[in-house]
Each structure stands twice: as C-alpha cells, then as structure tokens.
Ligand binder design. Structure first.
Ligand SMILES: [Zn+2]
Length: 83
C-alpha cells in the first residue's frame, strides 16, 4: 500500500476501502471521509506528511472513542478529537 495514497483506506465503521484522506498542509489538518458511511472528520495533523500516519491516528481515535467510550462520529465532529 502506498503510504501517501489519498483514496482506498479501509473504513473501520463499514469495513470497505472507501475512505479518503486529504491533507491540508497549510492548515495542518486532514479531512478523513468515507464515501459509504457517515464518517467525515477533520483532524489535526501536526507535521505529518504521509496519509498512512493520519490513518493510523484516525484508527486509534476511532477505537478509543467510538468503540470504548461509545461516542458517535457526530460527537467527534463536535470536538472530541484528542489523541
Ligand atoms: Zn465507511
């Protein structure tokens, strides 16, 4: 897998490779979006340059908040974005 690829990341919610990761280096954030389910998040990226790093952080965030704390994507969009 290309660590810089924008599309085709495995979505932890719907289990398909429908996620895209769009890095905005100027704003130091990235948009993580699934074209099949309701995941659509902006996360802080510090100085990451590769999408695979963002993807790893997103997966951690997903497991930590959605699976363990039973939050929803909507909660995350409201600002529960701490890693
Ligand atoms: Zn999905």
């Amino acid at each position: 897998m290309n660590p810089n690829q924008k599309n085709g990341w495995l979505c932890p919610s719907c289990g398909t490779k429908s996620m895209s990761i769009d890095i905005n280096k100027n704003e130091k954030n990235a948009k993580v979006k699934c074209s099949l389910c309701n995941i659509d998040l902006k996360i802080n990226t510090n100085n990451y340059s590769e999408t695979i790093d963002i993807y790893g952080d997103f997966i951690d965030l997903y497991h930590e908040n959605i699976e363990k704390k039973n939050l929803t994507i909507t909660d995350l969009q409201k600002g529960f974005l701490e890693f």
